[in-house]
Design a protein around this ligand. Structure first.
Ligand code: TXA
Ligand code: MG
Length: 333
């Protein structure tokens, strides 16, 4: 299969493909998603195949607003409406109870809940509106690889396996959405993202817990995707916790270093490869996955060192993804 790249003006072709049960990747403000008509069971199954994703890992249902959620959720709690008003369209995914029989089991992984998200991307919202139905939207990467933040990343992983990609340029946020579970009391953030539990809690006027622990063996994890190895390039990654530690790195042509501009400018990096994460945490969020992919494609690189951040909850999303890429490994001199 030839994977076609669609520009903005060609969006109707993407709509037709999706209607026919084909897979089309789409841009969002966080990372690119892999779209299929959420009500078409075979198309949804093909999403798992294209990604090489374990079938017990449910998919996000991507909508163009709250009206569409009403068709697939058993109920819309008042708090969901408050969150939608403040954060949608945006990088927030809400877990609600599913209305039985409205979505194939392949979407929910057989769970009684379903995750809804309305991305802040004009093209993608237009796509869903033209389709009149939601699309599933897991990140459009091969399972375990870093999520894609450009059309080229998607093409690299899925060319020949999907019908098309809508090119919306580089994504702005760069890390996947915050997931809040509204089916439990108190509410829990299952995956940290740009929107913090403090912001959610302030909006709702009640506690929102942060689920940072690993599930015990045998226990069903709440966001099944969080248990797998993830975001990982093929060579080992180390987290560098303190800016001063960059001076102690074993630099060589086999080493890749990803850090903010201020750190890189002070280093004598000899012949090692560098990736500039920009000026602050926000730009590091945006470029973390791209940096891991950049080094992964350079066969000379055997070790990757990436800057860590310790900025309270603002850096949880970044550190959560980096910890997975590094399997929790920190550079120690
Ligand atoms: O920013 C994002 O959320 C991106 C863009 C494309 O929208 N999508 C994304 O999807 O990150 P994915 O499939 O890579 O991650 C979704 C996560 C997985 O960890 C999955 O286990 C969890 O959401 N999830 C989905 N449905 C769930 C459910 N019913 N209950 C618990 N967790 C669920
Ligand atoms: Mg993913």
């Amino acid at each position: 299969m030839k994977t076609k790249i669609f520009k903005q003006a060609e969006i109707d072709q993407a709509v037709e493909l999706l209607k026919n049960g084909e897979l089309v990747a789409f841009p969002t403000e966080t990372v690119y998603g892999l779209g299929a008509l959420a009500t078409n069971e075979q198309a949804v199954k093909n999403v798992y195949l294209a990604k090489g994703r374990p079938s017990d890992n449910p998919l996000i249902v991507t909508v163009n607003g709250l009206e569409m959620v009403k068709e697939y959720a058993l109920e819309i709690p008042e708090d969901a409406q408050k969150l939608v008003k403040k954060f949608w369209p945006g990088p927030l995914t809400m877990l609600l109870k599913v209305k039985p029989g409205t979505l194939p089991n392949a979407v929910t992984g057989g769970l009684k809940t379903v995750a809804f998200r309305n991305p802040d991307d004009q093209l993608t919202n237009e796509l869903i509106t033209k389709l009149g139905k939601p699309i599933v939207g897991p990140s459009a990467n091969t399972s375990t690889k870093p999520s894609p933040t450009t059309c080229e990343h998607v093409y690299h992983d899925l060319q020949g396996k999907i019908a098309g990609i809508i090119d919306g340029g580089e994504t702005k946020v760069g890390l996947e959405s915050t997931i809040i579970d509204l089916t439990v009391d108190p509410y829990v953030v299952l995956r940290p993202g740009r929107i913090t539990s403090h912001e959610l809690s302030a909006c709702l006027g009640k506690d929102v817990l942060l689920n940072r622990g690993k599930p015990a063996d045998g226990e069903i994890p709440k966001a099944p995707g969080m248990k797998y190895r993830h975001y990982a390039p093929s060579c080992p990654v180390w987290i560098v916790d303190k800016p001063a530690d960059f001076e102690k790195l074993p630099l060589s042509a086999e080493v890749g270093v990803a850090a903010c501009s201020d750190i890189l400018s002070k280093l004598d990096l000899a012949d090692s490869q560098i990736y500039d994460l920009g000026k602050n945490l926000e730009s590091a969020d945006q470029h973390l996955f791209a940096s891991l992919r950049y080094f992964d494609q350079n066969s000379e690189i055997k070790k990757i060192f990436v800057q860590g951040f310790d900025q309270g909850e603002a850096s949880y999303a970044y550190m959560n993804r980096l910890n997975k890429a590094a399997s929790g490994q920190h550079f120690k001199k």
